[in-house]
Write a protein that binds this ligand. Structure first.
Ligand code: AMP
Length: 273
């Protein structure tokens, strides 16, 4: 049982990351209050140990109290789902959507190559995301193996059940979809960030997305072949709008963002082309 002052008033950022022999295997985080602190901590730690065939050799967990004065409240991005008939069609849809966000074709191809081959210099997946200059294609992370880890975001606890119920009405309430939407929501609000491309490193999970400030979160039903263990995230940066990469990284890593409203959720559409 937690002391009642902790139970009632304080928000905590709970973060877990697990690695195997120095290689990242999983990470997850939440921001919760009151009676959710202990069950959520348990749930995050259980996730670290529940990856079939990938037993972690190290698990790090931190609980950090949040100063309410430093919270930004935002609405989640609008959601569109594009159904495609193959992962190749999915990639071509993603390329079109990124072009609409203002990214040039050569930088888009470079991003695809990075996620296909493994963006880490060792050829594997990264714990965080690649930061790519949207004009030159230059990588902007200081640590190319780690990348930029977006942190300290969640649904606002008082709106969480309502938003999850709304998402479940559209079949989008799985924790994986919700976590990706929350992450994408924080990223599209970042100063000077043009767009994001993501597909999972989970070999069984083919869904990915492109998101940007104008069109929101655009899920694509297949972005990679089944069995492919590569994936990751690429953030495309407009350096003309924000030359301070340190400000951008600090926002992504440290700014506390809570979402208190769902955007518009459009019915799924078939991608034609
Ligand atoms: P997932 O969607 O969890 O399968 O993650 C796919 C990839 O996205 C991971 O391999 C990481 O490279 C990247 N990633 C996952 N979580 C984050 C995060 N919080 N911030 C930045 N990149 C992330």
């Amino acid at each position: 049982m937690l002391a009642s002052s902790v139970m009632d008033y304080h928000l905590y950022s709970l973060r877990m990351r697990a690695s195997r022999k120095g290689k990242h295997v999983s990470g997850a985080e939440r921001i919760v209050t009151g009676g959710q602190i202990l069950p959520t901590s348990n749930n995050l730690i259980a996730r670290a140990f529940n990856l079939s065939g990938n037993v972690p050799t190290e698990v790090h967990f931190i609980a950090e109290q949040i100063d309410p004065e430093h919270i930004s409240y935002m609405a989640l991005p609008n959601v569109t789902t594009w159904n495609v008939s193959s992962w190749q069609q999915g990639r071509s849809a993603a390329a079109k959507l990124l072009e609409h966000s203002g990214i040039g074709q050569s930088v888009i191809s470079q991003a695809f190559k990075l996620l296909t081959n493994g963006p880490s210099p060792s050829g594997g997946v990264m714990r965080g995301a690649v930061l790519l200059d949207a004009i030159t294609g230059q990588r902007l992370e200081t640590d190319l193996s780690r990348g930029i880890r977006v942190s300290r975001m969640d649904l606002a606890p008082e709106y969480s059940e309502r938003i999850k119920a709304q998402l479940s009405h559209f079949g989008l309430a799985h924790h994986r979809t919700l976590e990706a939407l929350i992450l994408a929501g924080k990223v599209v609000g970042a100063p000077g960030l043009l767009a994001e491309l993501c597909w999972s490193d989970d070999p069984e999970y083919q869904v990915g997305y492109v998101s940007d400030g104008k069109n929101g979160y655009q899920r694509i039903s297949m972005l990679k072949p089944v069995g492919d263990p590569m994936g990751g995230r690429v953030f495309f940066v407009n350096r003309a709008a924000n030359s301070r990469i340190d400000t951008l990284v600090s926002y992504l890593e440290n700014q506390v963002v809570l979402f208190n409203q769902l955007g518009t959720v459009h019915p799924p559409k078939n991608w034609i082309s």
